[in-house]
Design a protein around this ligand. Sequence first.
Ligand SMILES: [Ca+2]
Ligand SMILES: [Ca+2]
Length: 113
Amino acid sequence: MRISKDEYQILVDSNGDGKPDVIKTVKGDQIVEVQSDRNFNGEVDLVQQYSNGVLIREIRDDNFDGRPETVKTFRPDGTLAMIERDPSEHGAIMVVEYYDEAGHMMRRDVRKK
Ligand SMILES: [Ca+2]
Ligand SMILES: [Ca+2]
């Protein structure tokens, strides 16, 4: 499916139920975004964004209720830099965790309502 001159989407139906469960957005010759429906309920529950072929951002709905609760941000070298958490799934980030290059948490900020 073509979006614009240099941008298009690839739809993958990995479990063969006739509905796409992986949607890849390609710009130029690089993947810029992958949307996945990991539990095949028709709703995207994982969005991964890429820059120059490197995963830079991941938006996760790990309990499959349609509302994301975790956003991960990665450095250009691919290491995890930050995790934002919305445990109550109200659309507001309540916890921000910062990680060093070795993957250790350096700081954890909890925001008050
Ligand atoms: Ca899903
Ligand atoms: Ca959720």
